[in-house]
Design a protein around this ligand. Structure first.
Ligand SMILES: [Zn+2]
Length: 277
C-alpha cells in the first residue's frame, strides 16, 4: 500500500499503518516532510473548523532555495537516502490562532513509512464531527461510535470494526422493531433470513444508502473474522464513511419529522384559535 494523498495520511490514517516506499518516491517524501500547504480540519483549541498550514522549511543546501526534490538533489547531491532511516516531525499551525500547533511524526525506513505520532490525536480532530449524530443514536451506540474512532486512532483495527458493526446491527434492529408490529409480519421468515435478505425485508424503514450498499455489513463481518489488523486499518475510513452516510440520512429524516410535528402542532393551535372566534 502506498500513500496516495498526504492530507488523508495526516488526518485519517491510523498510527503504525505500514506504507511502501519505492526508490522513486523522493518527490513524495520531500512534499510530505517539507509540507508547506494548507489542510482544512477541525481545531480542538479553537473548537471550530479551521485551516492548518505547514511550516517545515527545506534546508538551504549551499545557499540555494530548494522548492522541489529535484532542486534539492541538484544542489546537495542527496537523493532519497537523505530521508531514510530517520524520524521526521512535520509541523503545522492553525491559521486562526498561530499558537495552536499540530505535529505529525513519521518514521521512514529503507522500504516503508509509518506515522508513529500525532498531536492533536485523530480522535480529537474527528470526534467533534460525530457529535451531530447524537440525536439519532442511543447513549450506548453514540459511545460506541466514539470508541470505534478512538480505537483506530491508537492503531486498533479489528476492535474498531466491531464497534461499527454493532452500530450497523442496531440500525437494522431498530427497523425490525418498527416493522414487526405491522400486520402480516412473518417473524420466522425474518429470523431465518441472511443479513442481505433482512435488509431487503426491512427496506421501507432503512436509509437508502444502507439498502443500496448492503455489502458494507459483509465487509464489517469479514473484518472481524478474516481481515488482518492492517487491512482493517486500511478499510476503516471507507467503512466509517458508509456508516456516516447512513446516519446522515437518519438525521435528515429526523429533522423532517420534527418539522412536520411542529407544523402539525401549530396548525392545530391555529385551528383552535379560529374556532374560538
Ligand atoms: Zn485553532
Amino acid at each position: 500500500m502506498y500513500i496516495e494523498n498526504i492530507e488523508h495520511f495526516f488526518l485519517e490514517t491510523p498510527l503504525y499503518q505500514k506504507f511502501d516506499i519505492d526508490p522513486d518516491d523522493g518527490e513524495l517524501l520531500f512534499d510530505l516532510i517539507y509540507f508547506n500547504d494548507k489542510i482544512d480540519c477541525y481545531c480542538p483549541f479553537c473548537d471550530k473548523d479551521s485551516t492548518f498550514i505547514g511550516t517545515n522549511k527545506v534546508p538551504s543546501f549551499g545557499g540555494f532555495k530548494n522548492d522541489s526534490f529535484a532542486d534539492m538533489t541538484r544542489h546537495s547531491g542527496y537523493g532519497i537516502d537523505y530521508f531514510l532511516n530517520k524520524i521526521h516531525a512535520i509541523d503545522l499551525y492553525c491559521s486562526r490562532v498561530e499558537e495552536h500547533k499540530m505535529q505529525i511524526i513519521v518514521y521512514i525506513t529503507n522500504s516503508h513509512i509509518f506515522k508513529i505520532g500525532q498531536f492533536p490525536s485523530i480522535a480529537e480532530i474527528s470526534q467533534p464531527q460525530l457529535k451531530k449524530y447524537r440525536p439519532v443514536l442511543t447513549n450506548e451506540k453514540y459511545t460506541e461510535l466514539n470508541r470505534g474512532v478512538g480505537l483506530i486512532t491508537h492503531g486498533v483495527g479489528i476492535g474498531a470494526f466491531v464497534y461499527l458493526r454493532r452500530i450497523f446491527e442496531d440500525l437494522i434492529e431498530e427497523a425490525h422493531q418498527i416493522l414487526n408490529k405491522m400486520d402480516g409480519w412473518d417473524e420466522e421468515v425474518y429470523t431465518k433470513a441472511r443479513m442481505n435478505d433482512k435488509i431487503e425485508i426491512l427496506k421501507s424503514e432503512l436509509p437508502e444508502f444502507l439498502v443500496d450498499n448492503k455489502e458494507l455489513y459483509g465487509i464489517l463481518s469479514k473484518g472481524i473474522h478474516e481481515l488482518s489488523e492492517d487491512e482493517c486499518k486500511e478499510y476503516f475510513p471507507t467503512v466509517k464513511l458508509g456508516v456516516e452516510l447512513i446516519l446522515d440520512e437518519k438525521l435528515e429524516a429526523k429533522k423532517k419529522q420534527d418539522k412536520i410535528a411542529l407544523a402539525k402542532k401549530s396548525i392545530a393551535s391555529i385551528r383552535r384559535d379560529i374556532k374560538d372566534k
